[in-house]
Ligand binder design. Structure first.
Ligand code: AMP
Length: 531
């Protein structure tokens, strides 16, 4: 395995870093001038508010001291469902600092989903928005969660009320590289979500590799406009800026016009493809607006070649597309430096230094990389790859090969030059607007509705979201169903991004001779629905 640790950068503290705690490594990368600006808020009521590096250090110390004061057992989970704010990032850093396990939850999740996550992860602390305290605390206390705090977008709530009474220094808890730092729930193809367990070492290895590979510098300014309950915004973006000692321009919500207006002050932007599509709709996106920008990065879902080309024509910049997943953080990237090669649209570039990637056929034999390369299953290995799914040893075993490679579930190829291209997902995952939707989960919800015999959920091309979720349902004998009523019923139960945009009622589902639903036929049938 390659050593992915880049040489020292010459700034920050020369810490003999025996502590493998990710926070300790991020803290060691803070600039010497702790009064310099670390984060500037770029939208909402607090526009212009600045947080210095010292603010980050003190606030995370206070929250970490609060957590320590609760006498939580080692390895306790801290589950967090709050709107994006700088304070929610500080809470994440404080959980790392105190050595507990952070568990971010998508703000779109509703009661039934939250109940599962809380029941499955058994957190010691839940932090939610004040407006949800009533039902969340009831559910949490029923699940025997001892502590529930609130944290609101406007810096109010019981978490900070308690934290401000705490000392503002804190010695980061000693953690080894293999110690659990974060559990990220990914929806399960069987309908049940799995908690991917990421260690301090998994994330630190990846952050260091990306710092080096993408040429992060202390004078970079990152526009941070992604949600922070997901690896893209929480790890790739935040870790990147923090470990470079670089400033963030912080948007609590993505707004194309607002982001474009701040491009002249920034050097780096990370987005899911949908964000690029939205920005291209504005005439204000020009070469001049991007003159200071160093790098645009896209990931989490396939970037259409049209978007890649339109962006280059309009701004003069070539988007760098990369590929990763919750279980592994980042795996591949198009090159940043010219000497490493060209950024090729439609590909996700090369495996990152230290990451092993192989393409294998159904029998596990290596696929050819001649010419465009043979299509097969992508399997990966490396210091960034997670150790398994929370309390699912059987599932974990299934997802690793006997020789220790993780089966990504993605299907792709690697060409003669080494570029990797993702062509599909063996697990049928739908990605809509950068969010993952697992058909089996939505089918489970649909099948519970009165009058539904069975259902099939697929993604079809959508000009805005990449893929749009649609469903086909078969009524029970004698029942009459209305697709719009089913859509409305789901909207009360699950996150809206998961709800099918359209539900078709049909007498039967197409099946092959093995009895499997032929989803490819459904996709074909409704292919032009949104285009
Ligand atoms: P998540 O765990 O939410 O980050 O989702 C991971 C999945 O997103 C991967 O397994 C891929 O299927 C998909 N994905 C991530 N980045 C890309 C990309 N650049 N191109 C195509 N698919 C991607």
């Amino acid at each position: 395995m390659l050593d992915t640790t880049p040489p020292p950068t010459g700034h920050g503290h020369a810490v003999a870093d025996l502590n493998g705690n990710l926070f300790a490594a991020l803290r060691a990368s803070f600039p010497d001038d702790l009064d310099a600006c670390a984060i500037e808020i770029a939208d909402g009521a607090d526009t212009g508010k600045r947080y210095s590096w010292r603010d980050l250090d003190r606030a995370t110390a206070m929250i970490a001291n609060l957590l320590d004061s609760l006498d939580l057992p080692a390895g306790s989970r801290v589950a967090v469902q709050t709107e994006k704010s700088v304070e929610s990032l500080l809470l994440y850093l404080a959980v790392l600092r105190a050595g507990y396990v952070y568990l971010p939850l998508n703000t779109a999740y509703q009661a039934a989903e939250l109940e599962y996550f809380i029941g499955n992860s058994e957190p010691a602390v839940v932090v939610c928005a004040g407006k949800h305290f009533g039902w969340v605390s009831k559910m949490a206390f029923q699940a025997k969660v001892p502590w529930v705090f609130t944290l609101n977008e406007d810096r109010t709530g019981t978490l900070l009320d308690r934290a401000v009474q705490m000392p503002d220094t804190h010695q980061a808890a000693e953690r080894g590289a293999d110690d659990l730092a974060v559990i990220l729930y990914t929806s399960g193809t069987t309908g049940r979500s799995k908690g991917a367990m990421l260690s301090h070492g998994n994330m630190l290895a990846n952050a260091r590799t990306l710092k080096h590979y993408w040429g992060w510098r202390a004078d970079d300014v990152l526009i941070h406009a992604l949600p922070i309950f997901h690896i893209h915004g929480l790890f790739v973006a935040s870790h990147g800026a923090l470990i470079a000692g670089a400033r963030m321009l912080w948007f609590n919500k993505f707004d194309a016009r607002g982001v474009i207006a701040r491009l002249p002050d920034a050097t780096l932007f990370m987005g899911v493809p949908t964000l690029y599509v939205r920005m291209l709709e504005h005439a204000a996106l020009t070469r001049e607006a991007c003159a200071r920008m160093r790098l645009f990065i896209s990931g989490s879902a396939p970037l259409l070649i049209e978007t890649f080309n339109d962006w280059r024509r309009r701004t003069g910049h070539t988007i760098l597309e990369r590929y990763g997943m919750s279980e592994t953080v980042m795996l591949t990237s198009n090159p940043y430096r010219e000497q490493d090669g060209e950024r090729i649209g439609g590909t996700v570039g090369f495996p990152l230094p230290g990451v092993g990637l192989r393409v294998v056929d159904d029998a596990g034999a290596p696929c050819s990389t001649e010419g465009d390369g043979e299509i097969g299953h992508l399997q990966v290995q490396g210091p960034n790859v997670f150790s398994g799914y929370w309390r699912m040893p059987e599932k974990t075993k299934e997802e690793f090969t006997a020789d220790g490679w993780f089966k990504t579930g993605d299907v792709g190829r690697r060409d003669a030059r080494g570029y990797v291209t993702i062509v599909g997902r063996s697990k049928d995952l739908i990605i809509t607007g950068g969010y993952n939707v697992y058909p089996a989960e939505i089918e489970g919800w649909l099948n519970e509705l009165p009058g539904v015999a069975e259902s099939a959920v697929v993604g079809v091309p959508h000009p805005d979201f990449g893929e749009g979720v649609i469903a086909v349902v078969v009524p029970r004998p004698g029942a009459s169903l209305d697709g719009a009523v089913l859509v409305a019923a789901l909207k009360d139960r699950i996150a809206h991004f998961k709800v099918p945009k359209q539900v078709f009622v049909e007498p039967e589902l197409p099946r092959n001779t093995m009895g499997k639903v032929q989803k490819n036929l459904l996709r074909e049938r409704h292919r032009e629905l949104f285009t």
